[in-house]
Design a binder for this molecule. Structure first.
Ligand code: ZN
Length: 331
């Protein structure tokens, strides 16, 4: 049992809406404990050298992703609102979470309406020294996870959340393998990636691929340029395979790119492809009267590629897509 004074066991949660939260979260909002579980994962992955949890940059993006996957482990049909715990954790006892105002900015009197506004005013949140030291030690970090699970979640949910913790850490190691492979230069070690991918549980593999591709492309759709973070902190872009995973078993970043859901579905259906790094539309799309106009505007546009050339897609994958997937005729 946690010590009574343990600040992780005394988080103030919203219990105001009995219809919103069920026994899985002991009737309270799960946002704060879930974001702290995500912070535990960051610590496990070596991302917490300092007590500052940044609100922008790669670590912040990863925190947002981890928070969402935890949320979905509990509620498949709902999305978590990251802004809420990032703001409200500052009110909990023990000063475990202190917002750090950006240089030249002023602190906010009340919760901002969007994550972007929070990020504009605050550089991040400082964990208390005690909590940071606790999370940097493996045994104490595992103990912190147990406190969060035992206090805020029904025992029936523990296995799903602990399994998600393991998958998160595995997916990060897989992401590092994919990034290292891309950075290693001209030698494409496909066999090594295939064996690593086969050793991964499917959720960890697909998450590692997704995170690697999203980071490489700066979370921007490579086709239409859409880069959306919702006001409450969710991204809608996806990691897409050029040669489908079912065909290729190839998770290398050179076989992936970042797409918004519409562009992703249309690409997988062969309604557009890429030739000479420019977008080629299928006649099916061009002849469809109610096709979104922005899709028609993509014709001939250059594909948006990552800043770092080591993450660029392999043109031979697009050639494969054009040959086997692209709907070149109207029927
Ligand atoms: Zn798009």
């Amino acid at each position: 049992m946690p010590a009574p004074q343990d600040p992780l066991a005394t988080l103030r949660r919203d219990h105001g809406n009995p219809d919103a939260w069920d026994p899985r979260t002991r009737g309270g909002a799960p946002h704060k404990p879930l974001v702290l579980l995500a912070v535990c994962d960051l610590a496990e992955e070596g991302k917490l050298d300092s007590p500052l949890i940044p609100f922008d940059g790669p670590v912040a993006d990863q925190l947002a992703d981890l928070f969402q996957v935890y949320f979905r482990a509990l509620y498949l049909d709902r999305r978590g609102e990251l802004l809420l715990p990032l703001w409200h954790l500052k009110s909990d006892r023990g000063s475990i979470w202190t917002l750090r105002v950006r240089e030249g900015a002023s602190p906010l009197e009340s919760r901002p309406r969007s994550l972007a506004s929070l990020v504009e005013h605050y550089r991040g949140a400082d964990l208390s020294e005690e909590l940071h030291a606790r999370l940097m030690d493996k045994d104490r970090r595992d103990g912190a996870r147990e406190v969060l699970l035992g206090t805020y979640f029904d025992p029936a949910s523990h296995d799903a959340l602990l399994q998600r913790s393991r998958w998160n850490v595995q997916s990060e190691s897989y992401r590092n393998i994919l990034v290292d492979e891309a950075r290693s230069g001209a030698v494409r070690k496909r066999a090594g990636i295939v064996s690593a991918s086969l050793a991964m549980p499917e959720p960890a593999r697909s998450q590692g691929f997704r995170f690697a591709v999203l980071d490489a492309y700066g979370r921007e759709c490579a086709a239409c340029g859409f880069r959306v973070n919702t006001p409450l902190g969710r991204t809608i872009v996806q990691g897409a395979h050029i040669k489908p995973w079912s065909e290729s078993k190839d998770d290398r970043i050179s076989n992936g790119f970042c797409l918004c859901p519409t562009c992703h579905s249309c690409f997988d259906e062969g309604l557009w492809s890429v030739k000479d790094l420019a977008i080629r539309l299928s006649p099916v799309l061009e002849l469809t009267e109610n096709a979104p106009t922005y899709l028609a505007a993509l014709k001939g546009r250059p594909l948006r590629q990552p800043t770092h050339s080591c993450f660029h897609p392999d043109p031979s994958n697009f050639e494969w897509h054009e040959t086997y997937m692209f709907r070149s005729g109207p029927i």
